[in-house]
Design a protein around this ligand. Structure first.
Ligand SMILES: C[S@@+](CC[C@H](N)C(=O)[O-])C[C@H]1O[C@@H](n2cnc3c(N)ncnc32)[C@H](O)[C@@H]1O
Length: 209
């Protein structure tokens, strides 16, 4: 399995699970300073758990789109470098601010990921990675709009939720359409369905083209 430096498999009682080192953020178990990263609660956690080669590395600069209350981005900030966390719903951002309090490299942004021009003055360019989990219609368009922040050899690591695009269509058909649109600006390197952790979600790893 290819894990970024700073993400390890650790024992929690009689189970082993992915973990990062940092301040607890959402009541997760912590053993010897290692916080359990629950793949059932995190699409990126599931992506890593399933052994997908994301290309993410310890110390990466990251733009995280769809941060919600910070469950996943708290783990990302534990292993990454500067981590910009975009979320447009004010309520979860309140929790995200608490998560960021304990992490000097995590920068919450109450912004709409479809409008990158509203945070382009804050987010550095030539980033190593975009991690996306927006669960909204137009997921490929969000990825394309934010491609400008990525270095030429940077990675896009996203989770596509089929039902956010169209509840009535077959998820496989929805994924094909999203991937086709994504190819307008990215080369797709890997895809993986996230079952059994997340129903009808597709992990996508891509690089700008
Ligand atoms: C599935 S949740 C994210 C969960 C989070 N990534 C985690 O694992 O901890 C999707 C989030 O994306 C946010 N979102 C959807 N569209 C967005 C947009 N255009 N800009 C910013 N956030 C958006 C939603 O408000 C929601 O909090």
């Amino acid at each position: 399995m290819t894990l970024p430096d700073g993400v390890e498999r650790r024992d929690f009682g009689d189970e082993s699970a992915l973990a990062t080192r940092g301040e607890p953020a959402y009541g997760e178990p912590v053993v010897d300073g290692w916080r359990r990263w629950d793949a059932h609660r995190s699409k990126l956690g599931a992506t890593l758990e399933l052994g997908v080669d994301t290309g993410l590395a310890g110390g990466d600069s990251v733009l995280y789109l769809g941060a919600a209350n910070g469950t996943t981005v708290s783990h990302v900030a534990d292993f990454a470098g500067p981590t910009y966390a975009v979320e447009f719903a004010p309520r979860p951002v309140r929790d995200l601010l608490d998560v960021a309090e304990a992490r000097t490299n995590l920068f919450p942004l109450l912004k709409d990921a479809r409008k990158p021009e509203t945070y382009a003055h804050v987010v550095e360019s030539e980033l190593d990675a975009i991690v996306q989990d927006v669960a909204t219609r137009g997921q490929a368009d969000v990825a394309l709009a934010n491609r400008q922040f990525l270095a030429d050899d940077g990675r896009f690591v996203g989770a596509v939720k089929a039902r956010s695009e169209d509840v009535t269509r077959d998820p496989g058909d929805v994924f094909e359409d999203v991937l086709d649109r994504l190819r307008d600006g990215y080369e797709v390197l890997a895809t993986e369905r996230l079952e059994p952790y997340h129903e009808d979600h597709l992990a996508v790893v891509a690089t700008p083209k």
